[in-house]
Design a protein around this ligand. Structure first.
Ligand code: ATP
Length: 270
């Protein structure tokens, strides 16, 4: 099996316009866009372009979206894989996928390599070291470290990785010349939720009783992904009821559903 490379739903370029809120994170990744677009400007004076950055924050806050937007803004290819894909792998497969990915990335440079859930491979080594799957995870991690060290910092490949647990990562990953920059991607506040609703209400035929401000107030604690879900769910509920427009009560039903899901999620994890 080949590593899944180009973005699955890359029919349209993702840009910063698609990413609502996250103004600080966007500012930080803007620098990466600048590196990708015009590397000479930065290397002429002897500087080294960073190899990678770690996007840290809770699930569904837009880390993947932001990484895609960096590629979209710089107009470069986006390669991605998820750490969780490696968990159940046969010996040698994880490492060879990582090798494959970087070989292709180098050919297509400048480009972005995105590693989602890097904690699945990048957890600190040495715990349960007698388990086979763990050995394989370590092999994969070692290959990743080798690849990161192997290409020059001015190769045009920039690696973005995402995690919700930077604290459990192997320190080797965070060393200078690897993921030495962390960008925090937090849950949205009221204003940011309003902005995110702004993005996700856009394609939906809403009744005039519904607006982004109102919805933002109904959804404390929701992530961007939860908000996208609410909007979609509300549209489906309204359609099921044969409506021409999505109304406030459809949104409130959708919120209830998502809150139900959130409660289940926290009951399982706590
Ligand atoms: P995970 O940690 O679970 O992989 P993530 O942080 O990578 O999550 P995304 O996959 O980027 O989150 O977000 C899922 C979807 O939620 C996005 O495709 C988008 O539709 C919506 N979304 C999340 N955050 C934002 C945001 N800041 N602005 C607009 N949409 C958002």
């Amino acid at each position: 099996a080949k590593a899944q490379l180009f973005d699955k739903d890359n029919d349209r370029k993702v840009t910063f316009k698609d990413v609502a809120g996250l103004s600080e994170a966007k500012q930080e990744v803007e620098e990466i866009v600048a590196f990708l677009k015009n590397p000479e400007k930065y290397t002429e004076l002897g500087g080294k372009i960073p190899k990678g950055a770690l996007l840290v924050g809770p699930p569904g806050t837009g880390k993947t979206l932001l990484a895609k937007a960096v590629a979209g803004e710089a107009d470069v290819p986006f390669f991605s894989l998820s750490g969780s894909d490696f968990v159940e792998m046969f010996v040698g497969v994880g490492a060879s996928r990582v090798r494959d990915l970087f070989r292709q990335a180098k050919e297509k440079s400048p480009c972005i390599v995105f590693i989602d859930e890097i904690d699945a491979v990048g957890r600190a080594r040495g715990k349960n070291a007698n388990m086979n799957s763990n050995d394989e995870r370590e092999n994969t991690l070692n290959q990743l470290l080798t690849e990161m060290d192997g290409f020059g910092s001015n190769s045009g490949v920039i690696i973005l990785a995402a995690t919700n647990r930077a604290d459990i990562l192997d320190k080797a990953l965070l060393r200078a010349g690897r993921f030495d920059r962390q960008i925090s991607v937090e849950l949205p506040d009221l204003n940011e939720r309003k902005e995110i609703f702004g993005v996700h209400l856009r394609p939906i035929k809403i009744d005039e009783s519904v607006d982004a401000e109102f919805m933002a107030r109904q959804t404390p604690g929701f992530s961007g992904a939860d908000i996208a879900n609410v909007c979609n769910e509300a549209a489906l509920i309204a359609a099921r009821g044969g409506k021409k427009f999505v109304q406030k009560d459809d949104f409130m039903n959708a919120v209830d559903r998502i809150v139900g899901g959130l409660e289940k999620r926290t009951m399982i994890t706590t």
